[in-house]
Design a protein around this ligand. Structure first.
Ligand code: ATP
Length: 367
């Protein structure tokens, strides 16, 4: 089953007037895609998800399942499985009763109810816990029971809103794998909401980056990382965050010549979109795409290492410079003969093949 969201808009009446939570967004989710809505708090992810689930009525626009308009179909008739941040299991019910609850409210007969609850529990590997109560379970077990309760309905679409945000880091990684495993097994669309870009990058086939009610870009994790369409996406995707420095462009016959932080780069004008706002640009380069040098370089920014943090097989250096704080991911101490210390003077040298240029005013990518 595919999901089509077409010029979906949701406005809320608030004391100050009207709040546009979702601003005419459109996207399509393929039949077996893991699709994630990601963006900062308040950007409209949850509202979009609730419109897909039928918990919220759009102000305008439509939601279609396999091309069929379901905008006015109530949630219980949509065959969607939903799981939200605060998983509330009923404390006075056993695990089996909890898992079977969605079947009970649909008046499914006892035998079938028991059988389906058992199967869902087995998929989630909580089959031995059926007679226990939620209070007797670990956090991870409770989460798996909640997932079992979601899959017991055989939903044709799964909606999940920050289901992992309350878990500790280790459990998060485990349950993430569980969610991916269920997705692989069921091969139905999963629509997942998170504000955590790393979670989005690690789980999704496709990601929609939302900002202020709008969708900035939809793409695979690789697309978003390698080819962000604007500064917002470039900054939101990728950890540590991309470096951005102010600069300007001057055009000659064939080239757009960019100067920023004392560096100069030339871009072929045929592949360059002119800035809409004079010459102001921002030059972006990811921390993974710079080297730190001890000797002065031509296209580099001088600075002082203020923090050196081990990341595993790399280190993250934070460098104070005249154009602000810069980040560089460098080989771990000792590897390849690099040894840097906090307080060292270094030249942060961006790889000229991995530069991004943004219009300073609109944030749009220029080349
Ligand atoms: P978060 O990550 O914090 O959950 P979000 O991206 O999911 O945020 P939404 O919950 O969709 O964002 O909210 C989008 C905007 O709509 C916010 O400004 C929010 O305050 C507003 N909003 C959401 N629900 C309502 C409501 N029932 N009444 C009024 N305003 C609302």
């Amino acid at each position: 089953m595919s999901v089509q969201v077409e010029t979906l808009r949701k406005e809320f009446d608030v004391p100050e007037g009207v709040e546009v939570a979702v601003n005419d967004v459109s996207f399509e989710i393929g039949g077996d895609e893991f699709f994630t809505l990601v963006g900062p708090s308040g950007c409209g992810k949850t509202t979009t998800l609730r419109c897909i689930g039928g918990l919220e009525t759009p102000t305008s626009g439509s939601v279609k399942f396999d091309g069929q308009n379901v905008t006015d179909v109530p949630p219980e008739k949509r065959e969607v499985g939903m799981m939200f941040q605060n998983i509330a299991l009923y404390p006075h019910m056993t695990v089996e009763e909890n898992i079977a609850y969605p079947l009970k409210i649909r008046h499914v007969g006892d035998d079938e109810k028991h059988q389906r609850a058992k199967e869902a529990a087995e998929v989630m590997e909580v089959g031995e816990l059926l007679q226990k109560y939620p209070g007797e379970l670990s956090g991870g077990q409770r989460q798996r029971v909640a997932l079992a309760r979601t899959i017991v309905m055989d939903p044709t679409v799964f909606l999940m809103d920050e289901p992992l945000s309350d878990l500790d880091a280790k459990l998060k990684v485990r349950i993430r794998k569980e969610v991916q495993r269920i997705h692989k097994r069921l091969r139905v669309p999963f629509v997942y909401v998170t504000h955590d870009q790393e979670e989005a990058m690690s789980m999704s086939d496709k990601i929609a980056v939302m900002n202020n009610g709008d969708i900035e870009q939809v793409g695979t994790p690789k697309d978003l990382y390698n080819s962000p369409t604007n500064e917002f996406v470039a900054s939101f995707i990728g950890n540590p965050t991309i470096n951005l420095v102010d600069g300007e462009t001057n055009y000659d016959d064939n080239n757009a010549n960019v100067t920023a932080a004392g560096m100069e780069f030339s871009f072929d004008e045929s592949t360059f979109h002119h800035t809409s706002s004079g010459s102001a640009i921002r030059l972006g380069f990811r921390p993974e795409h710079v080297s730190l040098e001890r000797e002065q370089q031509t296209n580099a920014i001088e600075g002082t290492i203020s923090i050196l943090e081990p990341l595993g097989n790399t280190d993250l250096a934070t460098v104070d410079s005249d154009v602000g704080e810069l980040r560089a991911v460098i080989p771990a101490e000792g590897e390849g003969g690099f040894v840097f210390d906090e307080g060292d003077t270094v030249w942060v040298t961006p790889n000229p093949d991995r530069l991004y240029l943004f219009d300073a005013d609109t944030g749009e990518l220029l080349t």
